[in-house]
Design a binder for this molecule. Structure first.
Ligand code: FES
Ligand code: FE2
Length: 406
């Protein structure tokens, strides 16, 4: 409820308005406007190499699910509560044909068909076809397992992104769900705040200049210390920013960072490796107040150790070992975003010129959410495999000093 007192001209905190967040954009559960919008796209739910016959609990878009791979190699994504009497399939055992509940042994295949009921006459043959464990379709690509959790008649083609295609013979794809990219740690997978804060962060080049450079010491490339000229643009798949810098050695740099709908990023290398971006990331809501990040990236086949794109920010020790005082002294994306709150209070923000990307992003997101509500198909969705190849368009593009007219 709104507090009766209004904001005071002298800024005194007493009686200030009750803070609220923008539920239309932030909430992701089934039936919520943004939840339904996000469900029109394939979303990553797991790292392929880690999906095995041992069932995993997965929470995504406010739904709890079980992810596993049957003995024939097929991934499956089912609701956890067994259709018999509700025991979680997390305790199930998986064989070639599917997952078997620990309680009375009912078995389900990767599409939820009940294929065995060992305590019933004839193993349930007469009636078991009537039972279906709720399931979602899954696909594997780029080292990830993707799920489609929307209306089946609206299932789009899983896109191919140019940043992850056309590998040379020496390259392969590496996928990760580490939180390294928000200043967290490889061991931390779930980030305890709303997904939109994180997605917006990727169209905010000004925080690179302040947070990652001036404030906490140089966490990215030292060239980020040059104040950029920034413009934002709408693109076919979302928006992008172009941050232009004239470097001290005379070279020019255009750093182009796109956001692709519904929740993708393709951030150029933060150490400024030149050329087109070879990474795609997904900011995936777990629920309204948690999210996770998935990344796929091109890496050399003979890579030893950590992929280059999985940068370690310049901090005194791994994030997980830092004390409160150290996190205050060297804050990064984690501290900046987590402290905005479990869901940022949009009602008390004061968006300024440097937030133009945030404004454009929210405007387009709201428009697309409403388009889905009106029965339309949102941006980037295609049902035609011939149109599934998509251009990401990010990168660090340099121009040599000699190419610059005096
Ligand atoms: S509760 Fe799963 S088989 Fe009985
Ligand atoms: Fe950042």
């Amino acid at each position: 409820m709104q507090h009766p007192a209004m904001e005071r001209p002298d800024g005194n905190a007493y009686g200030r308005p009750v803070q609220t967040y923008d539920a239309e954009l932030a909430e992701v559960g089934p039936g919520k406007p943004c939840g339904e919008f996000l469900r029109r796209y394939w979303q990553p739910v797991g790292i392929s190499r880690l999906v095995t016959t041992r069932p995993k609990n997965v929470r995504i878009l406010g739904e709890d699910l079980i992810l596993f791979r049957d003995g024939k190699g097929r991934p499956g994504l089912l609701t956890p509560r067994c259709a018999h009497r509700g025991t979680s399939l997390y305790y199930g055992k998986v064989d070639d044909n599917g997952i078997r509940c620990c309680y009375h042994g009912w078995q389900f295949d990767v599409e939820g068909r009940c294929i065995d009921q060992p305590c019933e006459p004839e193993n349930g043959k007469p009636y078991r076809d009537r039972i279906r464990q709720p399931w979602y379709p899954v696909l594997e690509r780029y080292g990830l397992v993707f799920a489609y959790m929307g209306p089946p008649e609206k299932k789009p083609v899983l896109p191919q992104w140019d940043a992850l295609e056309n590998l040379t013979p020496d390259e392969t794809i590496f996928a990760t769900d580490s939180s390294f990219s928000v200043g967290g740690d490889d061991s931390v997978k779930i980030l305890p705040w709303n997904w939109l804060q994180d997605w917006e962060n990727s169209t905010d080049p000004w925080h690179v200049y302040i947070l990652h450079t001036a404030f906490s010491g140089s966490q990215f490339a030292p060239e980020m210390a040059v104040s950029p000229q920034v413009k934002w643009e709408n693109t076919e798949l979302g928006i992008r920013y172009v941050a232009y810098r004239r470097l001290s050695d005379g070279r020019e740099l255009e750093r182009i960072s796109p956001l692709l709908f519904p929740n993708l990023i393709s951030t150029p290398d933060v150490q400024l490796a030149p050329g087109a971006t070879t990474t795609v990331g997904w900011v995936v809501p777990v629920d309204d107040t948690h999210h996770r990040r998935f990344h796929s990236m091109k890496v050399p086949k003979d890579l030893k150790g950590r992929p280059r794109q999985m940068y370690t920010e310049n901090r005194p020790k791994p994030w997980i070992e830092m004390s409160e005082a150290e996190r205050q002294a060297w804050p990064s994306d984690w501290e900046a975003q987590e402290s905005q709150g479990p869901i940022a209070y949009h009602s008390e923000e004061h968006l300024a010129t440097s937030d133009r990307g945030i404004v454009m992003l929210r405007r387009l997101l709201r428009q697309q959410i409403r388009l889905v509500q009106q029965g339309g198909d949102p941006i980037g969705v295609t049902f035609d495999p011939a149109k599934a190849f998509m251009k990401t368009g990010g990168g660090n593009f340099f121009r040599a000093a000699s190419a610059i007219p005096a």
